[in-house]
Design a protein around this ligand. Structure first.
Ligand code: EAX
Length: 327
C-alpha cells in the first residue's frame, strides 16, 4: 500500500511538473539587424526584445544579432517569409521590391521634418503599407526611424548638383535610389550596407548616403572625408515579424508582441532623433561637413522632378493623394 501511495504521489508530482513546464514552454526567437549595436535600429531591437521577455514573464525570448551577422536586409526579409528567422527591421526601401508603394516614403525632397513623416507613417498611408505585407509572409508591426539621409564621399564637398557628377555612390538595393543618384548625375552602385565599409575603404565606390547615426556607428568617417548635409530623403524602418512565426503563437502571445512593438516604437524614434542630433556634433570633429544651400537643394529636387512624377503616377493613386495631404 505504501509503495502504491508513493507511486501515485510521484505520478501526480510528475503530471504537475509536466503541466507547469508546458504552461511555461519557452519560445526562443531570433531577430537580425544590419547595423551595429549602438545604432538605433539595434537599440530598438534590444528594447523590443526586453519588453517581450518581461511581458511574457520569460516565456518568449528574442535573441538579437546585430551588424548583419545573420545576413543583409534583403536576405533577412526572405528568411522571415520562409520562417527561418523571426524578426528584422529593414528600410522601407528594401520593402519596395515586395510592394512598390513603399517607395512613397523614400521619394526625394518631400519631408521637411520628422513630424511630417510621423503623420504619414502613423496615418492611413502607413497603415495600408503595413497591412499590404500580410499576404507576403510578413507581419509588419510598426514604423521605426533611420532618419534623413546625407551624402558622404572621399573626393570633394558636395555644394552643388555639379559636384556630384561622375561620383560612384553606393545606394541601397532599390530602384528609386538608383534612379535618384543617376538622376543627380552620379553613378549609383547598389549593394547591402553590410558590404559598404570595405567598398569605401578600397575605393570601389567614392561615397554613400545615410543618416548621421549610420555614418557614425558604422565608422564611415574613418574612410570618408566629406559629409554634405543634403537631407535628400527620409528613411523609415519597418519592424517585421515572420508571419509563419506569428501564426504559430497563441492570441495572448501575439498580443504581447504587438504591445511591445508599440512601446518600442516610441523609444526607438526618440533614440533615433536624439542620436541623429548628438552624432552630428561628434562627426563635426571627424569630418569636413558642409551645409547645402536651400537653392541648391531646390535645384537637386527640380532635376529629380521627372523621376518623382513617374513614381507618383505609378504608385497607388489614393495613397499618393493621402501622402500629399499629410505634407
Ligand atoms: O536598413 O542600407 C542602408 O543604407 C540603410 O540605411 C540601413 O541599412 C537601414
Amino acid at each position: 500500500m505504501k509503495a502504491f501511495k508513493t507511486t501515485v504521489t510521484s505520478a501526480i508530482a510528475l503530471c504537475l511538473m509536466m503541466s507547469s513546464s508546458m504552461a511555461t514552454a519557452e519560445i526562443t526567437a531570433r531577430m537580425g539587424t544590419s547595423l551595429p549595436d549602438s545604432h538605433p535600429q539595434t537599440l530598438g531591437a534590444q528594447y523590443f526584445s526586453k519588453l517581450v521577455n518581461e511581458k511574457s514573464d520569460g516565456e518568449i525570448t528574442i535573441q538579437v544579432f546585430s551588424n548583419g551577422i545573420l545576413g543583409n536586409d534583403v536576405n533577412m526579409t526572405s528568411m522571415l517569409q520562409s520562417g527561418t528567422l523571426q524578426f528584422t527591421v529593414p528600410s522601407t526601401a528594401t520593402l519596395a521590391s515586395l510592394n512598390s508603394d513603399f517607395s512613397i516614403i523614400s521619394l526625394p525632397f518631400q519631408f521637411s521634418n520628422e513630424a511630417q513623416a510621423d503623420e504619414v507613417l502613423d496615418g492611413d498611408v502607413g497603415k495600408s503599407l503595413l497591412d499590404s505585407l500580410n499576404n507576403k509572409g510578413l507581419s509588419a508591426l510598426a514604423f521605426w526611424e533611420n532618419g534623413f539621409r546625407h551624402i558622404t564621399n572621399s573626393r570633394r564637398p558636395i555644394n552643388s548638383l555639379d559636384d556630384l557628377k561622375g561620383l560612384k555612390i553606393r545606394t541601397m538595393q532599390n530602384d528609386l535610389y538608383i534612379g535618384l543618384f543617376n538622376g543627380l548625375n552620379a553613378n549609383a552602385v547598389p549593394m547591402p550596407v553590410t558590404e559598404l565599409f570595405t567598398a569605401l575603404e578600397t575605393h570601389t565606390v567614392d561615397g554613400q548616403e545615410n543618416p548621421y547615426t549610420v555614418i557614425n556607428t558604422a565608422r564611415f568617417f574613418e574612410v570618408q572625408k566629406y559629409l554634405s548635409r543634403t537631407a535628400h530623403a527620409y528613411d523609415a524602418l519597418v519592424l517585421l515579424a515572420s508571419k509563419p512565426f506569428m501564426d504559430s503563437l497563441n492570441e495572448t502571445q501575439r498580443q504581447i508582441i504587438h504591445e511591445a512593438a508599440q512601446e518600442a516604437t516610441t523609444y526607438q524614434r526618440a533614440e533615433s532623433r536624439r542620436l541623429n542630433n548628438e552624432l552630428l556634433a561628434e562627426l563635426e570633429k571627424k569630418m569636413e561637413i558642409n551645409e547645402v544651400s536651400e537653392d541648391e537643394r531646390d535645384r537637386m529636387g527640380s532635376s529629380l522632378q521627372p523621376l518623382i512624377e513617374r513614381y507618383q503616377n505609378e504608385l497607388d493613386s489614393g495613397l499618393v493623394e493621402d501622402f500629399k495631404q499629410a505634407l
